[in-house]
Design a protein around this ligand. Structure first.
Ligand SMILES: Cc1cc2nc3c(=O)[nH]c(=O)nc-3n(C[C@H](O)[C@H](O)[C@H](O)COP(=O)(O)OP(=O)(O)OC[C@H]3O[C@@H](n4cnc5c(N)ncnc54)[C@H](O)[C@@H]3O)c2cc1C
Length: 507
């Protein structure tokens, strides 16, 4: 029998969230293994919408393009919907690129897997995790292989990114807040036999909703929302007849279709794990939260979990983290999960068919026409409202730093480009106290220090930026940064300075 392998992190589940997390850990040199039960990526029509904050985060690793130059307050906009009501505009700074990018979930998963492998992550497919035990020093994870044998690995930490029915969550005994299902939804990838007679887009009738991406030349995606109660059997296969009769009943006329290449059923069951961390076990993605997929937020939420968790976990594994850093993952991400669970439930309440809801929907449609309302809801759906650990007297602390155009060492650069390495960065602007570079230099093993110029007037002379793009520290409003304040912030986030990284051994 081969000896048990030990890793810094074992990621359970190689869906998009697990693969991104693994790639982010690989980027930081953490010895990482992914245990995934499927032997290959499963192509199923699921997420296809990357919202603005995800686009911006991926751009900070060079995985999506940013926008080009210009003032940070110039906006790019895209129309979206709220609860199926048209009129919502999602807006993002033009310097960030597009507010929405389209990418299939399976393609994204493949991209992240490729990147993770290139960064040295070990991906073990055909490994279904069935056992997990932790002690104060490590986690032991056991997987069942396709041939019935078992394999065990140990790791400093294990992350359950194993989806809605997470084995890790169950094995770790992490309880959840749950909302039982009330809506029965069907999805099918079918050939429409009367595409011109099929109502395209989001359509509400007195009996429910049809949501159809009509493709007259190939397969169309047909979704139905039926508010008459949950599926009697959530796991029963969906037949073409069931999809056709449900869509036709809701639409009020026949919607002929054939050649179903994919069908599934889902519901509005919602769950939010009470803890995202239990000792050496953490949860990310659908393992931590599930909700109705209105607004295309679930995958985005999970990818943001991965961006938030990976750098913290890497610093902890490498012994370069400040006290309590890993606990900030739960503190920061669970409220984000709660926000999405709540907003999807609110949208579903608005979507309920019936005359009594019509005036409320009409009122909401009016409200969506107000810029402030549209901006508020757009920032919520696109997660651009997310901010962490705000600090009184320091209005930028905790906020996502826009992709400012900068000049460093005589070269043009930008905020996003400075984060490609996935390391925290101290930005020193021309007015900064010259001693700050020496202060930050003591943490050079962990933190990059970059002297920059910016054409725009900025409210700080120095700033500490987290690898996920959020501002970790600025001087208090109207004050200059002092070495003492910067040292305090660096110590809080990264512990005592450990000097530069050791040189590789000669020879
Ligand atoms: C119809 C529909 C449309 C959607 N549209 C959108 C959208 O437009 N935008 C959006 O943001 N979200 C959308 N979502 C939600 C999105 O699909 C999920 O949030 C996303 O799949 C979560 O990714 P994940 O990696 O956390 O989990 P998953 O994608 O479920 O991946 C979990 C992985 O873990 C593996 N696994 C499970 N158990 C084990 C085990 N015991 N051992 C080893 N491996 C295991 C699985 O095989 C899988 O590969 C949609 C969902 C549905 C149903």
């Amino acid at each position: 029998m081969s000896p048990t392998q030990h890793y810094g992190v074992a990621v359970v589940g190689g869906g998009p969230v697990g693969m991104l997390l693994a790639a982010e850990l690989g980027l930081r040199g953490v010895r990482t293994v992914v245990l995934e039960r499927h032997t290959r990526t499963v192509d199923q029509p699921k997420a296809g919408t990357l919202h603005a904050r995800t686009v911006q985060s991926l751009a900070r690793r060079g995985l999506l393009p940013t926008g080009r130059g210009g003032a940070p307050d110039r906006a790019a906009t895209t129309p979206f919907h709220f609860a199926g009501l048209p009129g919502l505009t999602i807006s993002a700074p033009a310097v960030e690129g597009r507010p929405i990018a389209g990418r299939s979930q399976a393609d994204l998963e493949r991209d992240f897997e490729r990147r993770a492998r290139e960064l040295g992550v070990e991906i073990r497919r055909g490994h279904e995790v069935v056992g997990l035990a932790q002690d104060p020093d490590r986690v032991e994870v056991t997987a069942r292989l396709g041939d019935g044998r078992h394999a065990t690995v140990t790791a400093d930490y294990a992350v359950g990114a194993d989806g809605a029915r997470s084995a890790v969550r169950a094995l770790a005994g992490i309880a959840s807040d749950e909302h039982p299902p009330r809506v029965a939804a069907l999805l099918g990838q079918v050939r429409l036999l009367d595409p011109a007679g099929t109502p395209p887009g989001w359509n509400l009738t007195p009996r429910g909703w049809t949501v159809v991406n009509v493709n007259p030349f190939g397969h169309s995606r047909v979704i139905t929302f039926d508010f008459d109660g949950p599926h009697p059997d959530r796991h029963a296969p969906v037949t073409l007849d069931e999809l056709r009769s449900t869509a036709s009943r809701i639409a009020g006329h026949d919607i002929p279709m054939d050649d179903a290449v994919f069908t599934s059923r889902f519901s509005d069951f919602a769950r939010l794990a009470r803890r995202y961390r239990d000792g050496r076990v953490l949860l990310a993605g659908d393992a931590a939260h599930v909700h109705f997929p209105v607004g295309g937020q679930g995958l985005n939420l999970g990818l943001q979990d991965a961006f938030n968790l990976a750098w913290k976990l890497a610093l902890v594994v490498r012994g370069e983290a400040g006290k309590g850093l890993l606990d900030t993952y739960h503190d920061e991400r669970r409220p984000a999960g709660r926000r999405v669970v709540d907003n999807t439930r609110a949208q579903l309440a608005l979507m309920r068919p019936g005359d009594d809801m019509a005036p409320l929907r009409a009122l909401f449609t009016e409200l969506l026409g107000l810029d402030q309302v549209s901006a508020h809801l757009g920032d919520m759906i696109s997660a651009q409202e997310t901010a962490y650990r705000a600090a009184p007297g320091s209005p930028w602390q905790g906020r996502f730093l826009p992709n400012l155009a900068l000049e460093a060492e005589g070269e043009e650069t930008c905020v996003a480009a400075l984060l490609h390495t996935g390391r925290p960065v101290v930005l020193l602007f021309p007015d900064a106290d010259p001693r700050l570079a020496g202060t930050a230099g003591a943490w050079s093993r962990t933190v990059d220090v970059v002297r920059v110029r910016c054409a725009h007037r900025l409210p700080w002379d120095a700033l500490l930026l987290r690898p996920d793009g959020y501002v970790a520290w600025t001087p208090l409003q109207g004050r200059r940064a002092t070495p003492q304040d910067l040292r305090g912030a660096l110590r809080q986030w990264f512990g005592e300075p450990r000097g530069p990284a050791p040189l590789p051994a000669a020879g």
